[in-house]
Write a protein that binds this ligand. Sequence first.
Ligand code: F6R
Length: 615
Amino acid sequence: MCGIVGYIGHREAYPIILKGLKRLEYRGYDSAGIALFDGTDIKLSKTKGKVDDLQDKIEREMPTNGNLGIGHTRWATHGVPNDVNSHPHYSNSGDLVIIHNGIIENYESLKKELIKRGYTFKSDTDTEVLVNLIEDVKKNENTKLGKAVQIALNQVVGAYAIAVFDKHKPNEIVVARLGSPLAIGIGEDEFFIASDASPFIEYTKNAIYLEDEEMAVVRRNKGVKVRKIKDDSLVDPYVQELQLNLEQIEKGGYEHFMLKEIYEQPSAILDTFRGRMRPNEGIIKMAGIEDNMKTFLNANRIIVVACGTSWHAGLVSEYIFEDLARIPVEVEYASEFRYRNPVITDKDVVIAISQSGETADTLAAIKLAKSRGAFVFGVCNVVGSSIARETDAGAYTHAGPEIGVASTKAFTTQITVLTLIALRLARAKGTISSSEFRHHMIELELIPEKVKRALESDAYVKTIADIYKNASNFLYLGRGYNFPVALEGALKLKEISYIHAEGYPAAEMKHGPIALIDENMPIVVIATKKGHYEKVVSNIQEIKSRKGKIIGIVTEGDEQVRALADHVIEVPETIESLTPLLTTIPLQLLSYHIALMLGKNVDQPRNLAKAVTVE
Ligand code: F6R
Protein backbone atom coordinates (compact mmCIF):
# COMPACT_ATOMS: atom_id res chain seq x y z
CA MET A 1 0.00 0.00 0.00
CA CYS A 2 1.78 3.02 -1.30
CA GLY A 3 1.05 6.25 -3.13
CA ILE A 4 2.00 6.68 -6.76
CA VAL A 5 2.06 9.83 -8.88
CA GLY A 6 3.04 10.52 -12.47
CA TYR A 7 2.95 13.42 -14.87
CA ILE A 8 3.43 13.88 -18.61
CA GLY A 9 2.70 17.18 -20.30
CA HIS A 10 4.01 20.70 -20.81
CA ARG A 11 4.66 21.76 -17.20
CA GLU A 12 7.62 20.99 -14.95
CA ALA A 13 6.82 17.56 -13.54
CA TYR A 14 8.80 17.83 -10.28
CA PRO A 15 6.60 20.27 -8.29
CA ILE A 16 3.45 18.43 -9.35
CA ILE A 17 4.83 15.05 -8.33
CA LEU A 18 6.30 16.34 -5.08
CA LYS A 19 3.04 17.99 -4.01
CA GLY A 20 1.11 14.92 -5.12
CA LEU A 21 3.30 12.66 -2.98
CA LYS A 22 2.70 14.89 0.03
CA ARG A 23 -1.03 14.48 -0.47
CA LEU A 24 -0.68 10.74 -0.84
CA GLU A 25 1.57 10.28 2.17
CA TYR A 26 -1.40 8.93 4.09
CA ARG A 27 -1.01 5.77 2.01
CA GLY A 28 2.48 5.08 3.32
CA TYR A 29 5.44 7.13 4.43
CA ASP A 30 8.47 5.02 5.17
CA SER A 31 10.39 5.98 2.05
CA ALA A 32 9.89 7.99 -1.11
CA GLY A 33 11.41 8.61 -4.50
CA ILE A 34 11.04 10.46 -7.79
CA ALA A 35 12.33 9.78 -11.31
CA LEU A 36 12.30 12.58 -13.90
CA PHE A 37 13.13 12.54 -17.58
CA ASP A 38 15.17 15.69 -18.22
CA GLY A 39 15.11 15.56 -22.03
CA THR A 40 18.06 13.21 -22.40
CA ASP A 41 18.18 10.88 -19.43
CA ILE A 42 16.43 9.74 -16.28
CA LYS A 43 17.32 11.52 -13.04
CA LEU A 44 16.31 9.52 -9.98
CA SER A 45 16.48 10.16 -6.27
CA LYS A 46 15.01 8.15 -3.42
CA THR A 47 15.40 7.86 0.30
CA LYS A 48 14.19 6.23 3.45
CA GLY A 49 11.90 8.62 5.31
CA LYS A 50 9.17 11.06 4.45
CA VAL A 51 8.50 13.07 1.33
CA ASP A 52 10.07 16.09 3.11
CA ASP A 53 13.32 14.12 3.44
CA LEU A 54 13.14 13.30 -0.25
CA GLN A 55 12.61 16.95 -1.10
CA ASP A 56 15.73 17.92 0.91
CA LYS A 57 17.76 15.25 -0.82
CA ILE A 58 16.57 16.06 -4.33
CA GLU A 59 17.06 19.77 -3.90
CA ARG A 60 20.64 19.10 -2.71
CA GLU A 61 21.72 16.59 -5.32
CA MET A 62 19.63 16.56 -8.47
CA PRO A 63 18.40 18.92 -11.18
CA THR A 64 14.63 18.97 -11.23
CA ASN A 65 13.83 19.95 -14.80
CA GLY A 66 11.73 17.76 -17.08
CA ASN A 67 8.10 17.38 -17.98
CA LEU A 68 7.75 13.67 -17.52
CA GLY A 69 8.17 11.95 -14.20
CA ILE A 70 6.94 9.44 -11.66
CA GLY A 71 7.03 9.41 -7.87
CA HIS A 72 6.29 7.03 -5.04
CA THR A 73 5.67 7.12 -1.30
CA ARG A 74 6.07 3.70 0.23
CA TRP A 75 4.61 1.47 2.89
CA ALA A 76 7.02 -1.43 3.00
CA THR A 77 5.88 -4.93 2.13
CA HIS A 78 8.82 -6.74 0.52
CA GLY A 79 12.11 -5.50 1.91
CA VAL A 80 12.75 -3.21 4.87
CA PRO A 81 12.28 0.53 4.40
CA ASN A 82 15.68 1.74 3.22
CA ASP A 83 17.08 3.77 0.32
CA VAL A 84 17.66 0.76 -1.93
CA ASN A 85 14.20 -0.73 -1.52
CA SER A 86 12.52 2.63 -2.15
CA HIS A 87 10.85 3.20 -5.50
CA PRO A 88 11.27 4.05 -8.38
CA HIS A 89 13.27 1.02 -9.52
CA TYR A 90 15.38 0.80 -12.66
CA SER A 91 15.59 -2.20 -14.93
CA ASN A 92 19.08 -3.70 -15.37
CA SER A 93 19.77 -1.73 -18.56
CA GLY A 94 18.69 1.51 -16.89
CA ASP A 95 16.23 2.11 -19.73
CA LEU A 96 13.04 1.45 -17.79
CA VAL A 97 11.91 2.88 -14.50
CA ILE A 98 8.86 1.80 -12.50
CA ILE A 99 6.75 2.63 -9.45
CA HIS A 100 4.43 0.05 -7.93
CA ASN A 101 1.73 -0.16 -5.30
CA GLY A 102 0.82 -3.74 -4.38
CA ILE A 103 2.44 -7.13 -4.03
CA ILE A 104 3.70 -9.50 -6.70
CA GLU A 105 3.09 -12.83 -4.99
CA ASN A 106 5.07 -15.04 -7.40
CA TYR A 107 8.07 -12.71 -7.46
CA GLU A 108 10.47 -15.31 -6.09
CA SER A 109 9.94 -17.78 -8.92
CA LEU A 110 10.05 -14.97 -11.50
CA LYS A 111 13.25 -13.68 -9.91
CA LYS A 112 14.89 -17.12 -10.09
CA GLU A 113 14.12 -17.32 -13.80
CA LEU A 114 15.48 -13.84 -14.41
CA ILE A 115 18.66 -14.58 -12.44
CA LYS A 116 19.19 -17.64 -14.66
CA ARG A 117 18.96 -15.32 -17.63
CA GLY A 118 21.66 -13.07 -16.18
CA TYR A 119 19.64 -10.38 -14.40
CA THR A 120 20.93 -8.99 -11.14
CA PHE A 121 19.00 -7.32 -8.33
CA LYS A 122 19.97 -4.54 -5.99
CA SER A 123 16.87 -4.50 -3.79
CA ASP A 124 14.74 -7.07 -1.97
CA THR A 125 11.59 -5.85 -3.66
CA ASP A 126 9.07 -7.61 -5.86
CA THR A 127 8.92 -4.39 -7.91
CA GLU A 128 12.49 -4.66 -9.18
CA VAL A 129 11.58 -8.16 -10.37
CA LEU A 130 8.61 -6.77 -12.28
CA VAL A 131 10.55 -4.04 -14.09
CA ASN A 132 13.17 -6.58 -15.17
CA LEU A 133 10.50 -9.00 -16.29
CA ILE A 134 9.08 -6.22 -18.46
CA GLU A 135 12.54 -5.49 -19.81
CA ASP A 136 13.15 -9.16 -20.53
CA VAL A 137 9.85 -9.50 -22.42
CA LYS A 138 10.54 -6.30 -24.30
CA LYS A 139 13.93 -7.57 -25.51
CA ASN A 140 12.88 -11.14 -26.24
CA GLU A 141 9.69 -10.24 -28.06
CA ASN A 142 11.20 -7.13 -29.62
CA THR A 143 8.07 -5.24 -28.73
CA LYS A 144 6.92 -1.82 -27.53
CA LEU A 145 6.73 -0.99 -23.83
CA GLY A 146 2.92 -1.25 -23.66
CA LYS A 147 2.90 -4.75 -25.11
CA ALA A 148 5.81 -5.82 -22.92
CA VAL A 149 3.98 -4.61 -19.81
CA GLN A 150 0.90 -6.53 -20.89
CA ILE A 151 2.76 -9.80 -21.51
CA ALA A 152 4.68 -9.45 -18.26
CA LEU A 153 1.55 -8.75 -16.22
CA ASN A 154 -0.07 -11.87 -17.60
CA GLN A 155 2.71 -13.83 -15.88
CA VAL A 156 2.24 -12.07 -12.59
CA VAL A 157 0.15 -13.24 -9.62
CA GLY A 158 -0.70 -10.52 -7.14
CA ALA A 159 -1.87 -6.96 -6.93
CA TYR A 160 -0.53 -3.85 -8.55
CA ALA A 161 -0.97 -0.30 -9.65
CA ILE A 162 2.10 0.53 -11.70
CA ALA A 163 3.49 3.33 -13.81
CA VAL A 164 6.53 2.69 -15.99
CA PHE A 165 8.39 4.60 -18.66
CA ASP A 166 11.25 4.02 -21.07
CA LYS A 167 13.95 6.67 -21.46
CA HIS A 168 14.09 5.92 -25.18
CA LYS A 169 10.35 6.65 -25.54
CA PRO A 170 9.91 9.72 -23.37
CA ASN A 171 6.49 10.50 -24.75
CA GLU A 172 4.55 7.86 -22.90
CA ILE A 173 3.89 6.36 -19.51
CA VAL A 174 2.35 2.91 -19.28
CA VAL A 175 0.07 2.25 -16.32
CA ALA A 176 -1.89 -0.79 -15.15
CA ARG A 177 -3.98 -1.90 -12.25
CA LEU A 178 -5.14 -5.01 -10.47
CA GLY A 179 -6.34 -4.68 -6.92
CA SER A 180 -4.69 -1.31 -6.20
CA PRO A 181 -6.29 1.97 -7.28
CA LEU A 182 -5.11 4.07 -10.19
CA ALA A 183 -6.63 7.27 -11.54
CA ILE A 184 -5.62 9.16 -14.68
CA GLY A 185 -6.32 12.90 -14.69
CA ILE A 186 -7.05 14.25 -18.15
CA GLY A 187 -5.88 17.83 -18.66
CA GLU A 188 -5.29 19.89 -21.79
CA ASP A 189 -2.35 18.21 -23.48
CA GLU A 190 -1.25 16.86 -20.14
CA PHE A 191 -1.98 13.80 -18.05
CA PHE A 192 -1.67 12.97 -14.39
CA ILE A 193 -1.42 9.56 -12.80
CA ALA A 194 -2.14 8.94 -9.14
CA SER A 195 -3.47 6.52 -6.56
CA ASP A 196 -6.37 8.91 -6.02
CA ALA A 197 -7.38 12.23 -7.51
CA SER A 198 -5.93 14.48 -4.78
CA PRO A 199 -2.56 15.09 -6.54
CA PHE A 200 -4.20 16.57 -9.62
CA ILE A 201 -7.42 18.10 -8.40
CA GLU A 202 -6.28 21.70 -9.01
CA TYR A 203 -5.32 20.90 -12.61
CA THR A 204 -8.29 18.94 -13.89
CA LYS A 205 -11.69 17.69 -12.80
CA ASN A 206 -11.76 14.90 -15.39
CA ALA A 207 -10.46 11.50 -14.50
CA ILE A 208 -10.48 7.91 -15.63
CA TYR A 209 -10.38 5.31 -12.87
CA LEU A 210 -8.82 2.19 -14.31
CA GLU A 211 -10.71 -1.00 -13.51
CA ASP A 212 -9.00 -4.15 -12.32
CA GLU A 213 -7.08 -5.91 -15.09
CA GLU A 214 -6.92 -2.80 -17.23
CA MET A 215 -3.85 -1.00 -18.48
CA ALA A 216 -3.38 2.26 -20.33
CA VAL A 217 -0.76 3.84 -22.50
CA VAL A 218 -0.75 7.57 -21.71
CA ARG A 219 0.83 9.52 -24.57
CA ARG A 220 1.91 13.14 -24.61
CA ASN A 221 -0.37 15.14 -26.94
CA LYS A 222 -2.14 11.97 -28.02
CA GLY A 223 -4.29 10.79 -25.17
CA VAL A 224 -5.03 7.65 -23.26
CA LYS A 225 -5.61 4.19 -24.71
CA VAL A 226 -7.10 1.69 -22.29
CA ARG A 227 -6.99 -2.08 -22.82
CA LYS A 228 -7.82 -5.27 -20.98
CA ILE A 229 -4.59 -6.87 -19.81
CA LYS A 230 -5.83 -10.41 -20.37
CA ASP A 231 -7.27 -10.33 -23.88
CA ASP A 232 -5.91 -7.05 -25.27
CA SER A 233 -9.40 -5.77 -26.12
CA LEU A 234 -9.76 -1.98 -26.27
CA VAL A 235 -11.87 -0.32 -23.57
CA ASP A 236 -13.86 2.88 -23.98
CA PRO A 237 -13.05 4.46 -20.62
CA TYR A 238 -15.59 6.41 -18.61
CA VAL A 239 -14.31 9.91 -17.90
CA GLN A 240 -15.67 10.90 -14.52
CA GLU A 241 -16.21 14.47 -13.37
CA LEU A 242 -14.66 14.89 -9.93
CA GLN A 243 -16.59 16.54 -7.08
CA LEU A 244 -13.58 16.95 -4.80
CA ASN A 245 -12.10 20.41 -4.28
CA LEU A 246 -8.71 21.50 -2.99
CA GLU A 247 -9.92 23.13 0.23
CA GLN A 248 -11.49 19.82 1.16
CA ILE A 249 -8.12 18.11 1.20
CA GLU A 250 -6.12 20.79 2.95
CA LYS A 251 -5.88 21.44 6.68
CA GLY A 252 -8.06 24.56 6.75
CA GLY A 253 -6.23 26.23 9.66
CA TYR A 254 -6.11 23.20 11.96
CA GLU A 255 -2.79 21.92 13.23
CA HIS A 256 -3.55 18.41 12.05
CA PHE A 257 -5.88 16.68 9.64
CA MET A 258 -7.14 14.52 12.48
CA LEU A 259 -8.28 17.55 14.49
CA LYS A 260 -9.84 19.12 11.40
CA GLU A 261 -11.69 15.91 10.69
CA ILE A 262 -12.90 15.59 14.29
CA TYR A 263 -14.27 19.13 14.05
CA GLU A 264 -15.84 18.46 10.66
CA GLN A 265 -18.15 15.84 12.12
CA PRO A 266 -21.20 18.09 12.58
CA SER A 267 -21.15 19.02 8.90
CA ALA A 268 -20.07 15.56 7.75
CA ILE A 269 -22.98 13.92 9.57
CA LEU A 270 -25.33 16.56 8.17
CA ASP A 271 -24.01 15.89 4.65
CA THR A 272 -24.57 12.19 5.20
CA PHE A 273 -28.28 12.48 5.91
CA ARG A 274 -29.01 15.63 3.91
CA GLY A 275 -31.30 14.87 1.00
CA ARG A 276 -31.91 11.33 2.24
CA MET A 277 -34.15 12.03 5.20
CA ARG A 278 -37.23 14.24 5.56
CA PRO A 279 -38.49 13.89 9.13
CA ASN A 280 -41.53 16.15 8.63
CA GLU A 281 -42.79 14.03 5.76
CA GLY A 282 -41.72 10.79 7.41
CA ILE A 283 -39.44 9.81 4.53
CA ILE A 284 -36.03 8.22 4.22
CA LYS A 285 -34.92 7.62 0.66
CA MET A 286 -31.67 6.08 -0.49
CA ALA A 287 -31.49 4.87 -4.05
CA GLY A 288 -29.37 1.81 -3.26
CA ILE A 289 -31.95 0.64 -0.72
CA GLU A 290 -35.12 1.53 -2.66
CA ASP A 291 -33.85 -0.27 -5.77
CA ASN A 292 -33.11 -3.41 -3.79
CA MET A 293 -35.83 -3.29 -1.17
CA LYS A 294 -37.13 -6.79 -1.97
CA THR A 295 -33.67 -8.29 -1.55
CA PHE A 296 -33.27 -6.61 1.84
CA LEU A 297 -36.73 -7.59 3.03
CA ASN A 298 -36.31 -11.21 1.95
CA ALA A 299 -32.86 -11.55 3.45
CA ASN A 300 -32.38 -14.24 6.10
CA ARG A 301 -29.68 -12.17 7.71
CA ILE A 302 -27.20 -9.38 7.16
CA ILE A 303 -23.49 -10.13 7.30
CA VAL A 304 -21.31 -7.07 7.84
CA VAL A 305 -17.70 -7.31 6.65
CA ALA A 306 -15.13 -4.63 7.46
CA CYS A 307 -11.81 -3.94 9.17
CA GLY A 308 -10.62 -1.72 12.01
CA THR A 309 -12.72 1.32 12.74
CA SER A 310 -15.16 0.38 9.98
CA TRP A 311 -15.64 -2.95 11.75
CA HIS A 312 -16.52 -1.02 14.91
CA ALA A 313 -19.14 0.93 12.95
CA GLY A 314 -20.42 -2.45 11.73
CA LEU A 315 -20.68 -3.60 15.33
CA VAL A 316 -22.78 -0.55 16.20
CA SER A 317 -24.99 -1.38 13.23
CA GLU A 318 -25.61 -4.88 14.60
CA TYR A 319 -27.40 -3.26 17.53
CA ILE A 320 -29.32 -0.89 15.27
CA PHE A 321 -30.44 -3.48 12.70
CA GLU A 322 -31.48 -6.02 15.28
CA ASP A 323 -33.08 -3.49 17.58
CA LEU A 324 -35.01 -1.53 14.98
CA ALA A 325 -35.46 -3.78 11.94
CA ARG A 326 -35.33 -7.16 13.70
CA ILE A 327 -32.95 -8.55 11.10
CA PRO A 328 -30.28 -10.94 12.42
CA VAL A 329 -26.81 -9.54 11.89
CA GLU A 330 -23.34 -11.03 11.99
CA VAL A 331 -20.34 -8.75 12.01
CA GLU A 332 -17.16 -10.24 10.61
CA TYR A 333 -13.57 -9.16 10.31
CA ALA A 334 -13.12 -9.27 6.55
CA SER A 335 -9.66 -10.78 7.02
CA GLU A 336 -11.11 -13.77 8.89
CA PHE A 337 -14.25 -14.13 6.83
CA ARG A 338 -12.38 -14.43 3.54
CA TYR A 339 -10.30 -17.37 4.69
CA ARG A 340 -12.70 -19.48 6.71
CA ASN A 341 -15.08 -20.96 4.18
CA PRO A 342 -18.13 -19.17 5.65
CA VAL A 343 -21.66 -20.38 5.04
CA ILE A 344 -23.16 -17.80 2.65
CA THR A 345 -26.24 -18.20 0.52
CA ASP A 346 -28.18 -16.12 -1.97
CA LYS A 347 -30.54 -15.30 0.91
CA ASP A 348 -27.79 -13.31 2.65
CA VAL A 349 -27.19 -9.61 2.28
CA VAL A 350 -23.60 -8.63 2.88
CA ILE A 351 -22.82 -5.05 3.88
CA ALA A 352 -19.20 -4.08 3.29
CA ILE A 353 -18.07 -0.98 5.17
CA SER A 354 -14.92 0.88 4.18
CA GLN A 355 -13.79 4.48 4.35
CA SER A 356 -11.15 4.14 1.65
CA GLY A 357 -13.03 1.61 -0.42
CA GLU A 358 -9.66 0.00 -1.10
CA THR A 359 -9.07 -2.31 1.86
CA ALA A 360 -7.76 -5.54 0.36
CA ASP A 361 -9.34 -7.88 2.93
CA THR A 362 -12.75 -6.24 2.58
CA LEU A 363 -12.52 -6.42 -1.20
CA ALA A 364 -11.64 -10.10 -1.03
CA ALA A 365 -14.55 -10.75 1.36
CA ILE A 366 -16.89 -9.03 -1.11
CA LYS A 367 -15.65 -11.16 -3.98
CA LEU A 368 -16.11 -14.31 -1.92
CA ALA A 369 -19.65 -13.33 -0.89
CA LYS A 370 -20.56 -12.52 -4.48
CA SER A 371 -19.17 -15.79 -5.74
CA ARG A 372 -21.53 -17.57 -3.32
CA GLY A 373 -24.54 -15.66 -4.60
CA ALA A 374 -24.99 -13.08 -1.85
CA PHE A 375 -26.12 -9.55 -2.64
CA VAL A 376 -23.38 -7.14 -1.56
CA PHE A 377 -24.07 -3.57 -0.48
CA GLY A 378 -21.20 -1.12 0.06
CA VAL A 379 -20.92 1.70 2.57
CA CYS A 380 -17.88 3.65 1.38
CA ASN A 381 -16.55 7.15 1.67
CA VAL A 382 -14.29 7.41 -1.35
CA VAL A 383 -16.37 7.88 -4.47
CA GLY A 384 -15.42 5.60 -7.34
CA SER A 385 -13.25 3.44 -5.07
CA SER A 386 -12.74 -0.25 -5.78
CA ILE A 387 -15.27 -1.38 -3.16
CA ALA A 388 -17.84 1.13 -4.40
CA ARG A 389 -17.47 -0.37 -7.85
CA GLU A 390 -17.25 -4.01 -6.82
CA THR A 391 -20.47 -4.04 -4.78
CA ASP A 392 -23.97 -4.60 -6.25
CA ALA A 393 -25.29 -1.37 -4.77
CA GLY A 394 -24.35 1.00 -2.01
CA ALA A 395 -24.56 4.27 -0.16
CA TYR A 396 -21.73 6.76 0.19
CA THR A 397 -21.03 8.33 3.55
CA HIS A 398 -20.28 11.77 2.02
CA ALA A 399 -17.82 12.56 4.81
CA GLY A 400 -15.38 14.26 2.43
CA PRO A 401 -11.73 13.25 2.21
CA GLU A 402 -10.32 11.75 5.40
CA ILE A 403 -6.56 12.28 5.39
CA GLY A 404 -5.56 11.67 9.03
CA VAL A 405 -4.66 8.01 9.31
CA ALA A 406 -6.79 7.59 12.43
CA SER A 407 -10.37 7.38 11.27
CA THR A 408 -12.76 9.83 12.92
CA LYS A 409 -15.48 11.35 10.73
CA ALA A 410 -15.59 8.18 8.66
CA PHE A 411 -16.76 6.30 11.77
CA THR A 412 -19.57 8.65 12.72
CA THR A 413 -20.80 9.02 9.13
CA GLN A 414 -20.76 5.25 8.64
CA ILE A 415 -22.97 4.92 11.73
CA THR A 416 -25.23 7.63 10.30
CA VAL A 417 -25.67 5.82 6.96
CA LEU A 418 -26.25 2.50 8.69
CA THR A 419 -28.83 4.12 10.96
CA LEU A 420 -30.68 5.50 7.94
CA ILE A 421 -30.68 2.06 6.32
CA ALA A 422 -31.89 0.35 9.48
CA LEU A 423 -34.65 2.91 9.92
CA ARG A 424 -35.78 2.59 6.32
CA LEU A 425 -35.88 -1.21 6.54
CA ALA A 426 -37.58 -1.12 9.93
CA ARG A 427 -40.33 1.06 8.52
CA ALA A 428 -40.71 -1.12 5.43
CA LYS A 429 -40.92 -4.23 7.62
CA GLY A 430 -43.27 -2.54 10.06
CA THR A 431 -41.01 -3.30 13.03
CA ILE A 432 -41.27 0.30 14.19
CA SER A 433 -44.32 2.52 14.18
CA SER A 434 -44.51 5.64 12.07
CA SER A 435 -44.22 7.80 15.20
CA GLU A 436 -41.09 5.94 16.36
CA PHE A 437 -39.73 6.30 12.83
CA ARG A 438 -40.28 10.07 12.89
CA HIS A 439 -38.92 10.35 16.41
CA HIS A 440 -35.65 8.68 15.35
CA MET A 441 -35.33 10.99 12.36
CA ILE A 442 -35.98 14.09 14.45
CA GLU A 443 -33.33 12.97 16.93
CA LEU A 444 -30.88 12.25 14.12
CA GLU A 445 -31.51 15.68 12.67
CA LEU A 446 -30.44 17.19 16.01
CA ILE A 447 -27.18 15.23 16.12
CA PRO A 448 -24.93 17.71 14.22
CA GLU A 449 -25.75 20.45 16.77
CA LYS A 450 -25.22 18.01 19.62
CA VAL A 451 -21.86 16.93 18.19
CA LYS A 452 -20.90 20.61 18.18
CA ARG A 453 -21.80 20.75 21.88
CA ALA A 454 -19.83 17.58 22.57
CA LEU A 455 -16.83 19.24 20.89
CA GLU A 456 -17.01 22.03 23.47
CA SER A 457 -15.48 19.61 25.98
CA ASP A 458 -12.19 19.88 24.05
CA ALA A 459 -10.35 22.10 26.57
CA TYR A 460 -11.41 19.94 29.50
CA VAL A 461 -10.47 16.74 27.64
CA LYS A 462 -7.04 18.30 27.11
CA THR A 463 -6.67 18.76 30.88
CA ILE A 464 -7.52 15.11 31.42
CA ALA A 465 -5.07 14.12 28.68
CA ASP A 466 -2.34 16.00 30.53
CA ILE A 467 -3.06 14.11 33.76
CA TYR A 468 -2.99 10.64 32.19
CA LYS A 469 -0.61 11.02 29.26
CA ASN A 470 2.11 8.97 30.95
CA ALA A 471 -0.08 5.99 31.83
CA SER A 472 1.13 2.72 30.33
CA ASN A 473 -2.33 1.19 29.95
CA PHE A 474 -5.91 2.35 29.51
CA LEU A 475 -9.16 0.44 29.76
CA TYR A 476 -12.29 1.53 27.89
CA LEU A 477 -15.64 0.18 29.00
CA GLY A 478 -19.12 0.46 27.55
CA ARG A 479 -22.28 -1.58 27.23
CA GLY A 480 -24.83 -2.12 24.49
CA TYR A 481 -24.53 0.45 21.72
CA ASN A 482 -21.51 1.90 23.49
CA PHE A 483 -19.49 -1.29 23.70
CA PRO A 484 -18.21 -0.78 20.10
CA VAL A 485 -17.45 2.83 21.04
CA ALA A 486 -15.23 1.53 23.87
CA LEU A 487 -13.38 -0.60 21.30
CA GLU A 488 -13.05 2.38 19.00
CA GLY A 489 -11.78 4.65 21.82
CA ALA A 490 -9.10 2.10 22.68
CA LEU A 491 -8.09 1.70 19.03
CA LYS A 492 -7.75 5.48 18.60
CA LEU A 493 -5.47 5.74 21.63
CA LYS A 494 -3.30 2.77 20.64
CA GLU A 495 -2.78 3.78 17.07
CA ILE A 496 -1.70 7.37 17.57
CA SER A 497 -0.18 7.49 21.07
CA TYR A 498 1.23 3.92 21.14
CA ILE A 499 -0.20 3.48 24.65
CA HIS A 500 -1.66 0.05 25.26
CA ALA A 501 -5.43 0.23 25.56
CA GLU A 502 -8.23 -2.29 25.61
CA GLY A 503 -11.93 -1.93 25.03
CA TYR A 504 -14.30 -4.23 26.88
CA PRO A 505 -18.01 -4.66 27.52
CA ALA A 506 -18.28 -3.21 31.02
CA ALA A 507 -19.90 -6.34 32.45
CA GLU A 508 -17.10 -8.57 31.14
CA MET A 509 -14.63 -6.80 33.38
CA LYS A 510 -15.29 -9.15 36.25
CA HIS A 511 -14.33 -12.11 34.04
CA GLY A 512 -10.71 -11.08 33.81
CA PRO A 513 -9.69 -7.47 33.15
CA ILE A 514 -10.66 -6.38 36.65
CA ALA A 515 -7.38 -7.98 37.76
CA LEU A 516 -5.55 -5.19 35.92
CA ILE A 517 -7.12 -2.42 37.94
CA ASP A 518 -5.05 -0.51 40.45
CA GLU A 519 -4.46 3.15 41.24
CA ASN A 520 -2.35 3.56 38.10
CA MET A 521 -5.01 2.42 35.65
CA PRO A 522 -7.15 5.08 33.94
CA ILE A 523 -10.51 3.62 32.92
CA VAL A 524 -12.76 5.42 30.50
CA VAL A 525 -16.34 4.37 31.16
CA ILE A 526 -19.17 5.31 28.84
CA ALA A 527 -22.11 5.79 31.17
CA THR A 528 -24.79 7.75 29.37
CA LYS A 529 -28.30 7.90 30.81
CA LYS A 530 -29.84 5.86 28.01
CA GLY A 531 -28.85 2.22 27.98
CA HIS A 532 -27.97 0.10 31.03
CA TYR A 533 -27.12 3.18 33.07
CA GLU A 534 -27.66 1.59 36.49
CA LYS A 535 -25.66 -1.48 35.49
CA VAL A 536 -22.75 0.67 34.33
CA VAL A 537 -22.91 2.64 37.59
CA SER A 538 -22.46 -0.67 39.44
CA ASN A 539 -19.45 -1.44 37.24
CA ILE A 540 -18.04 1.96 38.16
CA GLN A 541 -18.46 1.11 41.85
CA GLU A 542 -16.46 -2.07 41.26
CA ILE A 543 -13.64 -0.07 39.67
CA LYS A 544 -13.70 2.52 42.41
CA SER A 545 -13.31 -0.04 45.15
CA ARG A 546 -10.13 -1.21 43.37
CA LYS A 547 -8.82 2.37 43.20
CA GLY A 548 -8.92 2.67 39.40
CA LYS A 549 -9.01 6.20 38.00
CA ILE A 550 -12.40 6.77 36.42
CA ILE A 551 -13.06 9.04 33.46
CA GLY A 552 -16.81 8.94 32.89
CA ILE A 553 -18.47 9.89 29.62
CA VAL A 554 -21.88 10.96 30.85
CA THR A 555 -25.08 12.65 29.81
CA GLU A 556 -25.30 16.41 30.50
CA GLY A 557 -26.49 17.05 34.06
CA ASP A 558 -25.49 13.60 35.35
CA GLU A 559 -25.08 13.51 39.15
CA GLN A 560 -24.63 9.87 40.03
CA VAL A 561 -21.48 9.10 38.02
CA ARG A 562 -20.06 12.54 38.84
CA ALA A 563 -20.16 11.58 42.51
CA LEU A 564 -18.10 8.45 41.85
CA ALA A 565 -15.74 9.32 39.00
CA ASP A 566 -12.45 11.19 39.08
CA HIS A 567 -13.51 13.16 35.99
CA VAL A 568 -16.65 13.36 33.93
CA ILE A 569 -17.00 14.57 30.36
CA GLU A 570 -20.55 15.48 29.41
CA VAL A 571 -22.26 14.84 26.09
CA PRO A 572 -25.80 15.97 25.21
CA GLU A 573 -28.72 13.61 25.70
CA THR A 574 -30.15 11.66 22.76
CA ILE A 575 -31.93 8.37 22.12
CA GLU A 576 -29.91 5.27 22.92
CA SER A 577 -29.19 4.19 19.35
CA LEU A 578 -27.62 7.56 18.54
CA THR A 579 -25.43 7.87 21.64
CA PRO A 580 -22.34 6.45 19.82
CA LEU A 581 -22.35 9.54 17.58
CA LEU A 582 -21.79 11.68 20.69
CA THR A 583 -19.79 9.48 23.08
CA THR A 584 -17.16 8.89 20.38
CA ILE A 585 -16.25 12.59 20.24
CA PRO A 586 -14.45 12.97 23.61
CA LEU A 587 -12.64 9.69 23.01
CA GLN A 588 -11.28 10.97 19.70
CA LEU A 589 -10.17 14.21 21.40
CA LEU A 590 -8.58 12.36 24.30
CA SER A 591 -6.41 10.23 22.03
CA TYR A 592 -5.54 13.27 19.89
CA HIS A 593 -4.34 15.34 22.85
CA ILE A 594 -2.42 12.51 24.52
CA ALA A 595 -0.61 11.67 21.27
CA LEU A 596 0.22 15.32 20.70
CA MET A 597 1.52 15.78 24.25
CA LEU A 598 3.71 12.72 23.80
CA GLY A 599 5.16 14.23 20.65
CA LYS A 600 3.75 11.60 18.29
CA ASN A 601 2.96 12.13 14.66
CA VAL A 602 -0.80 12.34 14.95
CA ASP A 603 -1.67 12.26 11.25
CA GLN A 604 0.86 9.65 10.28
CA PRO A 605 1.35 7.19 13.12
CA ARG A 606 4.19 4.70 12.77
CA ASN A 607 3.66 1.44 10.85
CA LEU A 608 0.23 2.47 9.58
CA ALA A 609 -1.22 3.71 6.32
CA LYS A 610 -4.56 5.16 5.37
CA ALA A 611 -5.57 2.61 2.80
CA VAL A 612 -4.57 -0.96 3.58
CA THR A 613 -4.38 -2.39 0.09
CA VAL A 614 -2.36 -5.42 1.16
CA GLU A 615 -3.74 -8.36 3.09
C1 F6R B 1 -8.26 3.18 12.41
C2 F6R B 1 -8.32 3.00 10.98
C3 F6R B 1 -8.30 1.61 10.44
C4 F6R B 1 -9.31 1.50 9.29
C5 F6R B 1 -9.19 0.13 8.62
C6 F6R B 1 -10.22 -0.06 7.53
O1 F6R B 1 -8.33 4.53 12.75
O2 F6R B 1 -8.36 3.94 10.24
O3 F6R B 1 -8.55 0.68 11.43
O4 F6R B 1 -10.59 1.70 9.79
O5 F6R B 1 -7.91 -0.01 8.08
O6 F6R B 1 -10.10 0.90 6.55
P1 F6R B 1 -11.27 1.23 5.55
O7 F6R B 1 -12.40 1.79 6.32
O8 F6R B 1 -10.68 2.21 4.59
O9 F6R B 1 -11.64 -0.07 4.89
